[in-house]
Design a protein around this ligand. Structure first.
Ligand SMILES: [Zn+2]
Length: 310
């Protein structure tokens, strides 16, 4: 079974508790709580000789790092095995000598940079914390009237403080389609100049207002490589909080084999057969190529297609 990151079901969001301020305040003062500190959009980790682990703080440890342990500074992430998880953005960097950590160093980093060292469950609460802090950082002021906003519902609502406006703002996530296009026994992979060196991936793009997933998929594929797709089949979805996307994965088929590549978007695109996908070689690509990151839905689309066509 392939690992699925950023979306583990053991993290129970317990959204029904978000409005229960008294309950959450009591929990904050209990022993039954773990705090996930953030520094802006970077997560905190303990970096040891052999492994990197998330930095998880107990109440007493958090008190050594910040004085602001109030519910309105917290984002309630949910429960894992009956333990309550909160995230807090700590502006001043947490230093190792604040805490009693025997081994390793405290570091901050982008979640994606260390994902290879984390469990699927770790990746899930860290991704939620990151996505929520990102949204908070960009919504300190009301988009309607420009007044300040304040936290409600354990961080999941930002409410305008201007009583005449009173607008509630909710966390946003941007839907994006991602699709593996195939023609008989070949699949289409492409690379953008923004990709890591040598990486070829599936096509992807954001859904626009007033657009269905299917039409967004057809539009993006046509824009990027000039082929018309039919037979669209839903695969899976994956949150991708880098910074705020939800990837919706599809398989699509096309009769067209000639590509008309949009050079502004796509540096190179090719058709690949199974043996080329397995060997990571292609006659038109010097010195081979790489498939997408193991934690991405793009990679799962490719792997799933290979399994189905072996
Ligand atoms: Zn307002």
């Amino acid at each position: 079974m392939e690992k699925i990151y950023y979306n583990n079901p053991l993290l129970k969001r317990s959204s029904e508790l978000r409005k229960d301020e008294n309950f959450l305040k009591n929990i904050l003062n209990s022993e039954n709580v773990n705090f996930i500190p953030m520094r802006g959009d970077e997560n905190y980790f303990i970096s040891g000789k052999e492994e990197i682990k998330p930095l998880i703080l107990k109440k007493q440890e958090l008190e050594l790092c910040t004085k602001e342990i109030n519910l309105d500074k917290m984002i309630f992430l949910g429960k894992i095995n009956e333990k309550f998880y909160f995230s807090i953005n700590i502006k001043s960097k947490i230093e190792k000598n604040n805490l009693e950590i025997d081994q390793g160093d405290i570091i901050t980093d982008q979640l994606r940079n260390v994902i290879g060292s984390l469990t699927e469950l770790d990746s899930s609460y860290l991704a939620l914390a990151k996505g929520m802090i990102f949204w908070h950082e960009r919504n300190k002021f009301c988009g309607v009237c420009g007044s300040k906003t304040k936290t409600e519902e354990a961080g999941f609502v930002l409410k305008c403080v201007n009583k005449n406006c009173n607008e509630s703002h909710f966390p946003r996530t941007d839907p994006a389609i991602i699709t593996l296009v195939s023609n008989k026994d070949k699949v289409l992979l492409a690379r953008s100049s923004r990709f890591p060196q040598k990486m070829y991936s599936t096509l992807a793009g954001f859904v626009e207002p007033g657009e269905s997933l299917e039409l967004a998929l057809k539009r993006e594929v046509y824009e990027e490589v000039g082929v018309n797709v039919n037979k669209i089949e839903y695969f899976q979805s994956q949150p991708w909080p880098f910074p705020a996307s939800l990837m919706l994965g599809f398989f699509a088929e096309t009769e067209d084999t000639d590509l008309n590549v949009d050079k502004n978007e796509i540096e190179d695109a090719n058709w690949f057969d199974i043996s080329q996908l397995k060997d990571l070689t292609h006659p038109d690509i010097t010195d081979g190529f790489k498939l997408p990151r193991f934690d991405s839905i793009a990679r799962r689309l490719v792997n799933d297609w290979i399994r189905r066509h072996e």
